[in-house]
Design a protein around this ligand. Structure first.
Ligand SMILES: NC(=O)C1=CN([C@@H]2O[C@H](COP(=O)(O)OP(=O)(O)OC[C@H]3O[C@@H](n4cnc5c(N)ncnc54)[C@H](O)[C@@H]3O)[C@@H](O)[C@H]2O)C=CC1
Ligand SMILES: O=C([O-])CC(=O)C(=O)O
Length: 332
């Protein structure tokens, strides 16, 4: 029995993501949760003749039954950007949404893999981890910020200017975080492709601000949904292949908790507790965080800039949970 729950399943990402997950023969039960419309989306998907059962759950009262027995919970719940906004501008609304969902996960499915899509990922992942720490159920190997879209974009954009680069066969390492300057593509390590300094500059900027391209083109109607659904399904499938089927050698980038600064798993000595890096997936989630080495001087400088911004994003997420007044529920 492999139950995957999508929280925010009726949304722009949630619907196509749920559709793609309905194709997976690794999932036996797809539970769709949202504060609106999830029953209808589930009824619609349930007519597709693939193996999984689909159930819909709407509103807080139905959240426990949606989460109980979950193997994996994917969270694209929350508001998207409009033109002129940064991802950090979403914190005001999305931090509370993600915290509440994390509290429910910590209570009803503490051992599930948690895949956070809701922005700002740089802060929402620390929020989930702090909630799990508070509930004494924290396992850093099982909580991921989904940064796959940055990798997907990187390979598409590189292919556009270097057609010999096969986007389906080659993955590009992207490290740091998931917003603007915190997104650091490691283009120097792409094999058999060379770039001029100008190409590197243009590509790096396009990858860092790829999300803005979509926000601008959608002109007020939200941000990337379809490409994100593809990226989210790819990451979920890799994790299921590794954890359910025991497939070895699967590597994806993800924004993960690295442990206390200086700890053994903090391989790049960024001094940060969270950083997006290539991770090898295994039965327990993060099996290995792959070391970063031989960066170009330009990439080292980009990482340095990313660290400054990430520090602030991480501390904002951590404080949101640790400095919160005791909730009315907890006082009772
Ligand atoms: N990690 C990444 O690479 C990416 C992240 N995103 C982020 O994903 C999030 C969702 O984006 P869209 O799907 O376009 O937004 P959307 O507004 O279309 O959908 C969000 C869904 O979340 C639901 N929701 C709101 N509060 C909820 C709660 N408390 N519990 C459960 N569901 C709740 C809404 O009802 C809605 O159906 C945004 O924060 C966006 O910035 C978007 C693209 C890429
Ligand atoms: O740009 C946004 O707000 C949505 C997002 O995270 C992306 O497309 O990478």
């Amino acid at each position: 029995m492999v139950k995957v729950v999508v929280c925010g399943a009726a949304g722009g990402i949630g619907q196509p993501l749920s559709l793609l997950l309905k194709y997976s023969d690794l999932i036996t039960h797809l539970a769709l949760y949202d504060i609106v419309n999830a029953i209808g989306v589930a009824a619609d998907l349930s007519h597709i003749n693939t193996a999984s059962k689909v159930t819909g759950h709407v509103g807080k009262d139905m959240l426990p039954e949606a989460l109980r027995g979950a193997h994996t919970v994917v969270i694209p719940a929350g508001v998207p950007r409009k033109p002129g906004m940064t991802r950090d501008d979403l914190f005001r609304v999305n931090a509370g949404i993600v915290r509440d969902l994390a509290e429910a996960c910590a209570e009803h499915c503490p051992k599930a893999f948690i895949l956070v899509i809701s922005n700002p990922v740089n802060s929402t992942v620390p929020i989930v981890c702090e909630v799990f720490k508070k509930a004494n159920v924290f396992n850093p190997r099982r909580i991921f910020g989904v940064t796959t879209l940055d990798v997907v974009r990187s390979s598409t954009f590189v292919h556009e200017i270097k057609p010999q680069f096969e986007p389906h066969l080659n993955r590009i390492t992207v490290v740091g975080g998931h917003s603007g300057a915190t997104i650091v593509p490691i283009l120097s390590q792409i094999k058999n492709v060379s770039f001029t300094p100008e190409e590197i500059k243009t590509l790096t900027h396009r990858i860092q601000y790829g999300g803005d391209e979509v926000v601008k083109a959608k002109n007020g109607a939200g941000s990337a949904t379809l490409s994100m659904a593809y990226a989210g399904a790819r990451f979920t499938t890799s994790l299921l292949e590794a954890s359910v089927r025991g497939k070895r050698g699967l590597v994806e980038s993800a924004y993960v908790y690295l442990g206390s600064p200086g700890a053994e798993r903090n391989l790049h000595s960024t001094g940060l507790e969270y950083f997006a890096q290539d991770v090898e997936l295994g039965p327990e989630g993060v099996m290995n965080v792959l070391a970063l080495s031989d960066l170009s001087a330009e990439e080292e400088a980009l990482v340095k800039t990313a660290i400054g911004e990430l520090k602030a994003n991480i501390s904002k997420g951590v404080k949101f949970v640790t400095s919160a007044p005791v909730s009315a529920k907890a006082k009772l």
